[in-house]
Design a protein around this ligand. Structure first.
Ligand code: NAD
Ligand code: UDP
Length: 342
């Protein structure tokens, strides 16, 4: 098997496309599968412009095991990064079966095909949502998971367990679950970034669309939380830093470092940032004023969560590097590019 080759499932999406760039920069050959259910083929053009490399692409639904197995037959990658999932928390509450089917079936197909075709290393996209409203902050990887409050969150917990049990049962497999905190920003080239469909649920795309005049006003959900300024605290991680964490995880497994066959890492900055602070840094970074108002709390939001990143720093040799101000400049530059704003 080719240890310098990686299959990226969901590689046309937001985190996937940035990860493909960093894998190529690190000398990996990349095969992308994506059914474009929440992304656009143009992200592959962006990857090509940034790296000069056009990764091999298959428009395949990972839930279609037959189609996915053809990709395994054709390519000798020894590692897989699995991004291919739906991620809208609210929609998952309304359409749970859609989320359980897509997120679990696509991952189980990947794992079964890896065993069948003798592939070794897998990285899974997990989330800080598994910690829920944690009793102690910051959260370490040993902080107990809380019962999921949405079907989406449940698919992350279940997928972590499926991965843990699969590597336990198959000595040929090795897995890493990366628990992302809040990924934000865009590639500094502004050639790839986040492309939310419809009204954004996440804070930063809502901010950039408000600044672009597409949304009238940002609602800050709650200023009566038990936090220093009353708004929620989160750990916002730059998308390029996050992408590099995947390269570190793949490197670790390819080089057979460490003894554990299943590992979990928090991927964040370790710094809590409030909603008000994020808005103000965005305004200062881009020299503009944002139209915002305080609104009631959003159902399901935890007051605060941020990462203890010691394990990722020490074991993966990875740490977040980009300053929030630069991340928010890149987010705005990307939005302007997409909208054609000078
Ligand atoms: P995204 O929607 O931009 O990327 C997911 C990609 O997977 C999309 O290109 C989509 O078309 C594709 N996809 C979905 N189902 C598929 C299937 N069955 N077969 C093939 N392709 C499929 O989302 P993202 O923000 O890049 O997230 C990537 C992963 O990271 C997801 O698993 C998500 O749950 C997880 N995650 C994201 C965040 C976040 O805030 N963005 C936080 C924590 C975890
Ligand atoms: N938020 C907000 N207004 C918005 C979107 C989000 O005030 O339009 C807040 C939200 O309440 C949370 C933070 O921004 O405290 C991050 O929310 P997001 O949905 O981006 O990520 P989450 O932490 O919920 O995964």
């Amino acid at each position: 098997m080719n240890s310098k080759s990686v299959l990226v499932a969901g590689g046309a999406g937001y985190i996937g496309s940035h990860t493909v760039v960093e894998l190529i920069n690190a000398g990996y050959e990349v095969v992308v599968v994506d059914n474009l259910s929440n992304s656009d083929i143009s992200s592959l053009e962006g990857i090509n412009k940034i790296t000069g490399v056009k990764p091999t692409f298959y428009n395949v639904d990972c839930c279609d095991k037959g189609a996915l197995s053809e990709v395994f037959k054709r390519h000798d990658f020894n590692s897989v990064i699995h991004f291919a999932a739906f991620k809208a928390v609210g929609e998952s509450v309304e359409q749970p079966a859609k989320y359980y089917r897509n997120n679990l079936l696509s991952f189980m197909n990947v794992l079964e095909l890896m065993v069948e075709y003798g592939r070794r290393n897998v990285v899974f996209s997990s989330s800080a949502t598994v910690y829920g409203d944690a009793d102690e902050l910051p959260v370490t990887e040993d902080t107990p998971r809380k019962p999921a409050t949405s079907p989406y969150g449940n698919t992350k917990q279940m997928s972590e367990d499926i991965l843990r049990d699969s590597v336990r049962a198959n000595s040929s497999l090795r897995g890493i679950a990366l628990r992302y905190f809040n990924p934000i920003g865009a590639h500094p080239s502004a050639l790839i970034g986040e492309l939310p469909r419809g009204v954004p649920n996440n804070l930063v795309p809502y901010i950039t669309q408000t600044a672009a005049g597409i949304r009238e006003c940002l609602s800050i959900f709650g200023q009566d939380y038990p936090t220093p300024d009353g708004s929620c605290l989160r750990d916002y991680i730059d998308i390029v830093d996050l992408a590099k964490a995947h390269v570190a995880a793949i490197d670790r497994m390819v080089e057979e470092r460490g003894k554990e066959s299943y590992e979990v890492f928090n991927i964040g900055t370790g710094r809590p940032v409030s909603v008000f602070e994020l808005v103000h840094v965005f305004e200062e970074a881009n020299n503009l004023k944002l139209n915002y108002k305080v609104a009631p709390r959003r159902a399901g939001d935890v007051p605060a969560v941020w990462a203890d990143t010691t394990r990722a720093n020490e074991v993966l040799g990875w740490r977040a590097e980009r300053a929030l101000v630069d991340t928010l400049k890149a987010a705005w530059q990307w939005e302007r590019n997409v909208r054609g704003i000078e």
